[in-house]
Design a protein around this ligand. Structure first.
Ligand code: NZQ
Ligand code: ZN
Length: 388
């Protein structure tokens, strides 16, 4: 059964090679002052910056450039960007980059006119914005987070050793996003596959919860199969447009609220992964990969039926004359083998986690209620140790 829900996703997408041309029509909707937000400089090396600047110039926009947004953007950087957006009376924030840049831009959009401390208000007290929100548009260059079509904005506070995501409402979703699969060709392999696993994890976080028969889970299985198929092609040939475009589209649907409709969700892998990120600043997708197998093997007995379904429908495990447990186990073995094949980091040690960090990471892990097993602190510690 599907529970009741309201579904609205207001983000307009422009998808495909050359989609940047649609930026002109979007820019016409906003005032003259554009804050161009980007990361550490990859867009200057691969030409995306020049393409975007050319369109901004053609449209007669005044541009406030603000680069240097780091992977896992920080609360300190947020405070600075919010001040710059406010002082320049920005009409539109144009995020050109990956999830970090898009998340960051959304966070700036609700912080520029916030009279409170944004970290405290949005990330500690989880309050909703009450101030003016600056519209955000995205030009995506890295695939994985789904930030291009959702309200998520994850911020890290290094002093407090916390990495927290606020999922804002539709008023904070990007107004539009430009998705050109060829923009992702220059991603280093490490980032590319980390993004692939982030997509898988988003789908699984929503899939491994609940027992009801519902359409959302069937959609999830289709997305997973497409991802697995295309990821193997993309790893061999990163410039395979068919694979990269399918993956880009899968990433968007994996976390634009669609597959969560009418059902419960888990998100515990992300909570553990984010705590690892707060301690190590490691790449998001890799933090998820490093803890996933230990987590899923641990909770499998509590959601056996779904794990067996996953094995058959996603990994093609033959269930004939096997117990549910055998089938489910084979599914996780197949998943692990795919993870190794595409080159993911499979343990926490390789991300810089040391045994003395385990207790702190467990303390920084939020415990979710929607999965097949509500973990205790001791169980989180156990999973972290198994992931080392
Ligand atoms: O900073 P630059 O120089 O641009 O380099 C980036 C960065 O080093 C590079 N890159 C991006 N596009 C490139 C490229 N390099 C070459 N060519 C390109 N086309 O890739 C590196 C990683 O970029 P980043 O934006 O950090 O990666 P990602 O998209 O994975 O975003 C990660 C952030 O998103 C959050 C994560 O926690 C993390 O903070 N998430 C956001 C979510 C959401 N909005 O719903 C959900 C996710 O679960 C996730 O938590
Ligand atoms: Zn994620």
């Amino acid at each position: 059964m599907l529970g009741n829900f309201t579904f609205c996703n207001p983000t307009r997408l422009y998808f495909g090679e050359g989609a940047i041309q649609n930026l002109k029509g979007e820019l016409a909707k906003y005032g003259s002052m554009v804050m161009l937000v980007y990361g550490g400089g990859s867009i200057k090396k691969n030409g995306i910056y020049d393409g975007v600047m050319a369109v901004l110039k053609e449209c007669g926009k005044k541009v406030v450039e603000y680069g240097g947004v780091m992977p896992n953007p920080t609360s300190a950087k947020l405070a600075e960007g919010a001040r710059i957006a406010r002082e320049n009376n920005v009409d539109l924030i144009l995020a050109v980059g990956g999830g970090s840049v898009c998340d960051y831009s959304k966070a700036v959009s609700v912080s520029a006119y916030c009279e409170d401390d944004p970290w405290q208000k949005y990330y500690i007290r989880f309050e909703e914005p009450t101030c003016k929100i600056i519209p955000v548009g995205c030009v995506l260059t890295m695939v994985g987070t789904g930030s291009e079509m959702n309200g998520g904005a994850v911020i890290t506070n290094h002093e407090q050793k916390l990495k927290i995501g606020h999922v804002f409402g539709t008023e904070v979703f990007p107004k539009f996003s430009v998705l050109d699969p060829t923009y992702t060709y220059t991603l280093p392999k490490y980032q590319m596959v980390a993004g692939f696993y982030d997509i898988m994890s988003h789908i699984l976080e929503q899939y491994f919860s609940g027992e009801d028969d519902n359409t959302s889970d069937y959609i999830a299985e289709g997305l997973l199969r497409s991802l697995i198929h295309s990821s193997l092609i993309a790893v061999e040939n990163p410039r395979d447009y068919e694979a990269r475009s399918n993956i880009m589209w899968t990433a968007t649907w994996a976390l634009n609220t669609l597959t969560a409709q009418g059902k419960t969700t888990d998100w515990e892998v992300h909570m553990i992964g984010q705590a690892v990120g707060a301690y190590t600043d490691a790449t998001h997708g890799m933090t998820l990969a490093a803890v996933s197998m230990a987590y899923y093997r641990y909770i499998m007995p509590f959601g056996l039926k779904k794990f067996a379904r996953y094995a058959v429908n996603v990994w093609g495990v033959n269930a004939e004359s096997k117990s549910e447990e055998q089938v489910a186990t084979e599914g996780l073995v197949a998943m692990e083998s795919w993870m190794n094949k595409i080159g993911l980091v499979m343990n926490l040690k390789d991300l810089g986690v040391t045994p003395d960090m385990i207790e702190g990471i467990a303390d920084a892990t939020l415990i979710m209620q929607g999965g097949y097993k509500v973990l205790t602190r001791e169980e989180v510690i156990d999973i972290l140790k198994r992931s080392l």
